[in-house]
Design a protein around this ligand. Structure first.
Ligand SMILES: [Zn+2]
Length: 359
């Protein structure tokens, strides 16, 4: 998210105005949200600078979107106008939220075509100020970014990979921009009970967290782990362990599934099935890569293996078609099992079971 500094301080000089108590206060006017015919000042505090940001907007616009503002402006109006602080001759409402969030929130009310890029702050404030259509729109964005069905997740990964390739072609190696930010989203989902997205968000966060030292010439992702609570981090750690355990169990047991009943290759008495021997040779090579970063995304890794099993480097002269189909089906099952176990891996079942999605 943008910081208050880059939004308000870099290009502007503050105006100095007197507070009610006579103190000089630095105030930064937000030129994007400064309407000459506005009739209310929305003020936020830049805590690190002991300064304010202000927006000059319209009571009617806020009230038409927000039940909270509607009630505020249609309450004891005279008392509000007289008692509040004033700026530029207008009454001031000071919001306790961050300047950056308020900026995104108000822009979403005024300029809705700005979706969905800054939706975290917008969701937070649309819930707080009870703007139901905006909240629902933001929830849709989140559910689209972290879908609960594997089919949707796969589709999204394909699209994201294309986007990442486009970034890499332009030598932009920070691929975080191709993804929504999972760290903040975990907190947001926890805080506002958007529980159905949590298994997928935790899984996405796990993929980022595994990347320790980005190579400057390879793509990498960052995630904001600083916002996570001790409980979030515990879920992440336990989830990683459980996921890896089940994944390794699944891929190790692959060799137990052959041969198929309709195997086309006749075994030599006293020797293992020829298809099994061929499969083992191929699979040992695949497993050699599993100690690397691929474990960070076992569901993605298995997706690739499923494809490989069907076409390219599976030695078809050593593994017959029937046995290849068995392998593919087995890998699909392992992958789907991992996906449906995500709520369990991250300890979300017992805590949130009534609200968890039905996979
Ligand atoms: Zn076979």
């Amino acid at each position: 998210m943008s910081s208050p500094t880059d939004l308000f301080l870099s290009a502007k000089r503050p105006r100095i105005h007197k507070s009610n108590s006579g103190d000089d206060i630095e105030t930064y006017e937000n030129s994007d949200l400064w309407f000459d015919d506005g009739n209310i000042i929305i003020r936020t505090v830049i805590s690190s600078e002991r300064a304010y940001t202000v927006c000059k907007v319209h009571k009617s616009i806020l009230a038409s979107h927000s039940n909270v503002f509607h009630d505020l402006f249609n309450g004891p109006q005279a008392a509000f106008d007289v008692a509040s602080d004033r700026y530029d001759g207008l009454p001031v409402i000071e919001l306790p939220d961050s300047p950056s969030e308020v900026n995104h929130f108000l822009k979403a009310l005024y300029f809705p075509e700005g979706f969905p890029y800054k939706y975290h702050g917008i969701l937070r404030l649309s819930m707080k100020y009870d703007v139901a259509p905006l909240r629902d729109q933001m929830l849709d964005v989140l559910r689209h970014a972290w879908p609960q069905y594997l089919f949707d997740w796969d589709y999204l990964q394909k699209r994201t990979e294309d986007l990442e390739k486009a970034y890499l072609r332009r030598e932009c190696f920070d691929l975080s921009f191709a993804h929504p930010e999972p760290g903040i989203t975990v907190r947001l989902a926890m805080d506002y009970n958007v529980l159905d997205i949590l298994p997928t968000v935790f899984y996405d966060l796990l993929r980022v967290h595994e990347v320790i030292a980005p190579n400057p010439h390879e793509g990498f992702r960052r995630a904001d782990l600083s916002v996570l609570t001790a409980d979030d981090l515990r879920r992440l750690t336990q989830g990683r362990g459980a996921l890896r355990g089940k994944f390794l169990d699944g891929i190790t047991n692959l060799l137990t599934v052959l041969p198929h009943d309709n195997c086309k290759r006749v075994p030599v008495p006293g020797k293992p099935s020829p298809c099994r021997a061929g499969l083992k040779k191929w699979w040992d090579v695949q497993l050699g890569a599993v100690t690397g970063p691929s474990v960070a995304d076992p569901i993605g890794w298995l997706r690739e293996k499923e494809k490989v099993g069907l076409c390219t480097d599976m030695p078809h002269d050593e593994v017959c078609g029937s046995c290849t189909r068995v392998v593919k089906k087995y890998l699909q099952n392992v992958r789907e099992d991992l996906w449906t176990s995500l709520p369990d891996f991250f300890g979300l079942v017992s805590t949130f079971s009534p609200d968890l999605p039905r996979y």
